[in-house]
Design a protein around this ligand. Structure first.
Ligand SMILES: [Zn+2]
Length: 291
């Protein structure tokens, strides 16, 4: 059993997990100052009687040190060290996308494979790489920010400051944003806003949705093909809100992917949906705590 703490920009979700199953969980608002946030984490940890505890944070992390996290006041913080001093417990601190892949590797959809790429589709595109059972977190804690692979030279501006990044083109949020811009620029449509779910539903009916859907599967297939051509993993596992409609887009994106990968890999690299969707942040954080 382990405690997983998923620290997000607006809420902290935490709970106890046994073999990938949630035993109980709770949610509180994320304090907006570093001191308050550390005090809150200390309190959560102090009230837990077990020893295995993991924290997942969307940001750049190296050996328990939070280097940079854009939406949470913990940048440049030796979090594991501080929490060890305050609670006496060794706590693993990991990037949330890495935690997602560790959970899928330990208890979920890729548990019988040695090498895997994890992709989370949501506001951005999170990524993680597992090679021979080991997570690659990079020389500087930035591994593996797959969402910032550049795909269009002068493409849409990305949150990282660059342009045309994978996540600025193909994440569910950026597809929705792209549709909004096309409509604003005069493209005829029945509504002014579409969610990815609506885009997928209307893909054979409304031209704007057809275009957006094709953009989504085309860039998703192409982006993942780039990664697979470099790493040659056994499998790619997809998580995040974008996989709620997995059955509707997977085959089209996979067909594009399969056209773009090396001939020797065609048909060999599987795509699967994550096992953990609800509470995946808590389960991922819990999975990083060593048994
Ligand atoms: Zn970027």
């Amino acid at each position: 059993m382990s405690l997983g703490i998923d620290v997000g920009g607006t809420k902290i979700a935490y709970g106890e997990v046994a073999n990938g199953r949630i035993l109980w969980k709770n949610t509180i608002a994320t304090p907006q100052s570093k001191n308050e946030l550390i005090a809150t984490l200390t309190k959560i940890i102090d009230t837990y009687s077990g020893k295995e505890i993991g924290i997942g944070i969307p940001g750049q992390i190296k050996n328990g040190y939070v280097i940079f996290t854009p939406n949470i006041p913990l940048s440049d913080t030796p979090l594991s060290e501080i929490l060890l001093k305050k609670t006496g417990k060794r706590i693993s601190v990991e990037n949330d996308a890495n935690a997602f892949l560790i959970a899928e590797y330990r208890w979920g959809a890729v548990s019988s494979y040695d090498s895997a790429i994890g992709i989370t589709l949501g506001t951005g595109i999170g990524g993680a790489i597992m090679i021979e059972g080991k997570l690659w977190s990079g020389a500087h804690g930035a591994g593996a920010e797959l969402g910032h692979m550049a795909l269009i030279e002068d493409g849409p501006l990305c949150g990282c400051g660059s342009r045309g990044c994978f996540e600025a083109i193909a994440s569910p949020r950026s597809i929705e944003k792209w549709v909004k811009e096309q409509i604003k620029n005069g493209f005829p449509s029945q509504k002014t806003l579409y969610s990815l779910k609506e885009i997928i539903e209307c893909r054979n009916k409304e031209p704007i949705c057809t275009m957006a859907y094709e953009r989504f599967v085309r860039f998703l297939g192409m982006g993942v093909a780039n990664l697979v051509n470099i790493l040659d993993p056994d499998i790619v596992v997809f998580g995040g809100s974008g996989v709620l409609s997995w059955e509707k887009w997977k085959d089209d994106a996979y067909a594009i992917f399969n056209r773009r990968i090396l001939p020797s890999l065609k048909g060999k690299v599987k795509w699967v949906k994550a096992r953990f969707l609800a509470d995946s942040g808590i389960i991922g954080a819990a999975a990083t705590a060593s048994p």
